[in-house]
Design a protein around this ligand. Structure first.
Ligand code: NBP
Length: 470
């Protein structure tokens, strides 16, 4: 036999992962539906450990047993098509890993149907984009616990390393890996939106120039906000434009794309009954950003407030930093409570400390902050919301006033700050202040006899409101 693992789908991600495995000494067979892709790959990136195949059966026959395949094709129907083509050539005990961004319900279905055929299926979240895949991504595999031992050596070898530990760990059965990847992406949406709002506040309320923004974000990247996203943001503000004077950021159309994993997280959270309002706000912010024509037209019709200047730029910058950090705690609290709820719902027994630990390198949300999350979950395995951990509780207690102050500045200046606003609303509802539900219960009982409970006595009550008929 010539190969130890086969990669099916050699576009950007499949190619990068295949070469990463080959670099680590694994003999990799590669197959792509269109043969030119494979031909170009061996021409551009020849590697002694990479073997091209143009026939799926030959790819299968080249491998030692149990065979292992990593499918890296477009999520959805293409994954089912590849499985249909591959499975007839496989034997019991062989393994298929789907490394794409598949929807976890699809993964649960595929895992179940392949398990009935004796084939192990791993829904494997991979984060870090092309560069991560090539030189060390964060990897979230879910599937059969025992069979995982067969794929662990290759996945852990190619994964990013944080303080020497691989950023890859067994997540749980069936869809657990893809679920964690989905929530990772949801958190990434919220994280990016919060940074964008900090940018808007500094620029339009604080009057920061691109150079000042770059310096501010660089300084932030030395402290508790230190992360991949803050680092690239600092560099983005310094990037000169190729065509015009000044920095590229000022020439990029104000309309953001999305591929759907943030939206999945949001839809799933409603199904689970978990509040991830900041992830939803981030999805909505992108949706609003896409309405370019309407925004242009409405800018002449709908008035905004006069902008007032900020007297002390330095103090404002500091408040934005604190507010951003506080909102970030709320975003992660939301993401991890969704994981916690889903773990119970689907019977996954997720290890949140471990999940935060594998996000520390390789992926887009990698940050110092994740060490604190791991510490919180290691300290208290029953922790249901990060905001109750003493470290994060202090963070919120110290930073909430800054968050409130910058939010008011934003709103008074007509700057949209939807994710930060949701952070404040989430923190306030969470800390137990009245949320208006008593009135809602009264209305429900009034128009629909839905009953209500009381604060002063046990039981279910219905009041004859006398005016409930519509
Ligand atoms: P794409 O998502 O662009 O998919 C292209 C690959 O899918 C090509 O190899 C293509 O073959 C193959 N393919 C398609 Br389309 N339909 C097929 C079919 N019916 N049968 C067989 N092969 C088929 O590739 P990518 O950007 O490398 O991403 C791969 C996966 O990784 C996706 O699920 C993506 O969401 C996920 N992901 C991407 C990133 C990223 O940064 N790009 C990060 C993390 C995860 P062809 O060459 O013959 O058309």
């Amino acid at each position: 036999y010539r190969t130890e693992i086969g990669v099916i789908g050699l576009a950007v991600m499949g190619r990068s992962l295949a070469l990463n495995m080959a670099d680590h000494g694994f003999k990799v067979g590669g197959y792509n539906r269109s043969r030119e892709v494979t031909e170009n790959l061996i021409k551009e990136y020849p590697h002694e450990n990479f073997f091209p195949f143009y026939d799926m059966r030959e790819l299968v026959e080249s491998q030692e047993r149990p065979r292992k395949f990593l499918i890296m094709v477009k999520a959805g129907r293409p994954v089912d098509m590849v499985i249909e083509q591959l499975v007839p050539f496989l034997d019991e005990g062989d393994m298929i890993l789907d490394g794409g961004n598949s929807f976890f319900e699809d993964t649960r279905r595929r895992e179940k149907s392949l398990r009935e055929k004796g084939i192990y299926y791993f829904g494997t979240g991979v984060s870090g984009g092309e560069r991560g895949a090539r030189f060390g991504p964060s990897i979230m595999p879910g599937g059969d616990r025992e069979a995982y031992e067969h794929i662990a050596p290759v996945l852990e070898a190619i994964a990013a390393k944080a303080q020497g530990e691989p950023c890859c760990a067994y997540m749980g059965p069936d869809g657990a890996g893809h679920y964690v990847k989905m929530v990772h992406n949801g958190i990434e949406y919220a994280d990016m939106q919060l940074i964008a709002e900090a940018y808007l506040l500094l620029k339009y309320a604080g009057g920061f120039t691109n150079e000042e923004l770059a310096d501010t974000f660089s300084a932030w990247n030395e402290g508790k906000l230190k992360s991949y996203l803050i680092g690239i943001t600092a560099d983005i503000f310094r990037e000169k434009d190729d065509f015009e004077n000044g920095e590229l950021i000022d020439y990029i159309l104000d309309s953001a794309g999305q591929k759907g994993t943030g939206r999945w997280t949001s839809l799933e959270s409603l199904k689970q009954g978990v509040n991830v309002s900041m992830i939803t706000a981030a999805c909505n912010a992108r949706i609003m950003s896409n309405q370019i024509q309407q925004r242009k037209m409405a800018s002449e019709l709908i008035k905004g407030p006069e902008r007032s200047g900020i007297p002390d730029k330095k103090a404002f910058g500091e408040a934005v930093r604190e507010g951003l950090y506080t909102a970030k705690i709320a975003a992660y609290a939301q993401g991890f409570s969704l994981l916690s709820h889903a773990s119970g719902e689907y019977g996954w027994d997720l290890d949140y400390g471990r999940i935060a630990a594998i996000f520390r390198a390789g992926c887009i949300i990698q940050a110092e902050f994740l060490d604190d999350i791991t510490r919180a979950f290691r300290k208290d395995k029953e922790l249901t919301n990060l905001m109750t951990d003493s470290f994060f509780r202090n963070g919120i207690n110290n930073g909430h006033e800054s968050l409130r102050r910058i939010l008011s500045t934003g709103i008074l200046n007509g700057i949209p700050v939807p994710a930060m606003s949701q952070a404040a609303a989430y923190i306030d509802a969470f800390r137990g202040v009245p949320v208006g539900a008593s009135l809602i219960q009264a209305q429900r009982d009034c128009f629909g006899a839905h009953t209500y409970e009381r604060t002063d006595r046990e039981g279910i009550f219905h009041h004859d409101w006398g005016q409930g008929h519509v």
